[in-house]
Every structure is written in structure tokens, then in C-alpha cells.
Design a protein around this ligand. Structure first.
Ligand SMILES: N[C@@H](CCC(=O)N[C@@H](CS)C(=O)NCC(=O)O)C(=O)O
Length: 214
């Protein structure tokens, strides 16, 4: 199987990178320099007209959207148990990832680029403040889900990688996570995993390549 992951540092493409690594998959990574607009090049728009990462290409077939990609990885490498075996629990895992992607991520995106959702002059801080307030509610819900648990299920699964990215991005925006002890413990635990250490080293190397090319 020929697997290619289109990826960019910092972005939610970190989640499938971690999941592919946990799966023991052999995959090629094609890093995109978003700052240089690589995601809006005519070549990339042919691959993903939504101009977003991640994209997975499997034997020439294109798959976009993190939840679908994460689910494909888990189903294609069943021995890695990246989704729960029980069908209802599997759906709960997909529900969690959909929430990361469709519930949490949009508020992170607003903080990243307020003018994309409101171009009224002088509203940038207000957009960020409202997004942060929403995130605090969402992280409280996640904190309750994680109470007394090491992972979302009884072992590491794809939603753990997905939520790791959400929390990492929030921290990069200096959102105070200290009130969410279970989220903090989850973040520290996931960060220790060899797959994540591998990812962080890779991210650094890509960032320094991009800096040289700037
Ligand atoms: N719903 C998509 C969202 C992907 C997404 O927003 N990716 C961002 C990076 S975190 C991106 O590529 N942004 C570039 C752009 O919007 O032009 C998913 O979950 O895969």
C-alpha cells in the first residue's frame, strides 16, 4: 500500500501523523509551507480544492477530512487497535473525533485568524475573547470525560491523538488550561509517547527547512 500524508507543521495534520506512526504504517510525508501559500497552489488545489491539510493519498486515491483519515488509518491497521473493537464504542470514538474537528477546531481557527469570521474593524479581540470563552466550555466538557481515565477509552486510540492536537493548539494561543487537570494530565501523557516525540522532532526539522527557504 502506498500512503502519502500531506502535512504542515502546527496544523491538525499532526493527528494523522501520530495515528499513522502508532499504526506502524510506512508512509511518505509531503510537508506544505502554508506561509508560502503551498496549499493554494494550482497543483495542491487539484488534490484538495478546500486548500487544507491533512490529505491522505492511498494508492492514488485522495481522502480529505481528519475524521475520515483517522478512521481509515484505524480500520486499515486493526492490529494497532486505534479504534475500540466494540461497534458502539467505535462510534463513540468517531463522535469524539468529529467533536474535535467540528466542535473545538473552528474556535481555534477563529483565534488564529479573526478576520476570516468578522472583518468589522476593531472586533479582532472580541472574536478571540468569544472563541476563548467557548473553548473553555468545551475543555471543561472534555475534562469531565477524561476524569479518572488515562485515555478516552481503555487504551490509546485515534481520538487521543486528535484531542492532543486541539489542546496543543490552544496552548500555543496561550489559553490557560491549568483549570482542566484531566486535560493537562492527558496532554502530558500523550506527549510522552514515542509517536509524539517522533512527530515533534519531525516538525522541528520541517520548520527549520522552511526557515532556511524563507
Ligand atoms: N475539517 C478539516 C479542517 C482542516 C483544516 O482546517 N486545516 C487547516 C490547518 S489546521 C488548514 O489547512 N488551513 C489552511 C486553509 O484554510 O487555507 C479537517 O478536520 O481535516
Amino acid at each position: 500500500m502506498d500512503i502519502v500524508l500531506y502535512y504542515a507543521p502546527i496544523t491538525c495534520a499532526l493527528a494523522p501523523y501520530i495515528t499513522l506512526t502508532e499504526a506502524g504504517a510506512k508512509f511518505e510525508i509531503r510537508p506544505l509551507n502554508l506561509r508560502k501559500g503551498a496549499h493554494t497552489s494550482p497543483e495542491y488545489l487539484k488534490i484538495n480544492p478546500k486548500h487544507k491539510v491533512p490529505v491522505l493519498i492511498v494508492d492514488g486515491k485522495i481522502l480529505s477530512e481528519s475524521v475520515a483519515i483517522q478512521t481509515w488509518i484505524a480500520r486499515s491497521f486493526p492490529q494497532a487497535k486505534l479504534l475500540p473493537a466494540d461497534p458502539w464504542q467505535e462510534l463513540q470514538a468517531i463522535s469524539l473525533m468529529s467533536w474535535c474537528s467540528g466542535g473545538i477546531h473552528p474556535f481555534l481557527a477563529r483565534i488564529n485568524s479573526p478576520p476570516k469570521v468578522c472583518d468589522v474593524p476593531g472586533t479582532e479581540n472580541s472574536v478571540k475573547k468569544l472563541a476563548t470563552e467557548n473553548l473553555m466550555e468545551l475543555f471543561k466538557i472534555t475534562d469531565d470525560i477524561l476524569a479518572g481515565r488515562e485515555f478516552f477509552f481503555d487504551h490509546f486510540t485515534a481520538p487521543d491523538a486528535h484531542f492532543f492536537w486541539c489542546q496543543r493548539r490552544a496552548r500555543q494561543f496561550e489559553i490557560d488550561m491549568s483549570g482542566f487537570r484531566n486535560c493537562v494530565a492527558h496532554f502530558d501523557r500523550i506527549t510522552q509517547r514515542p509517536s509524539v516525540q517522533n512527530l515533534l522532532a519531525f516538525e522541528k526539522s520541517v520548520q527549520s527547512e522552511f526557515a532556511k527557504a524563507a
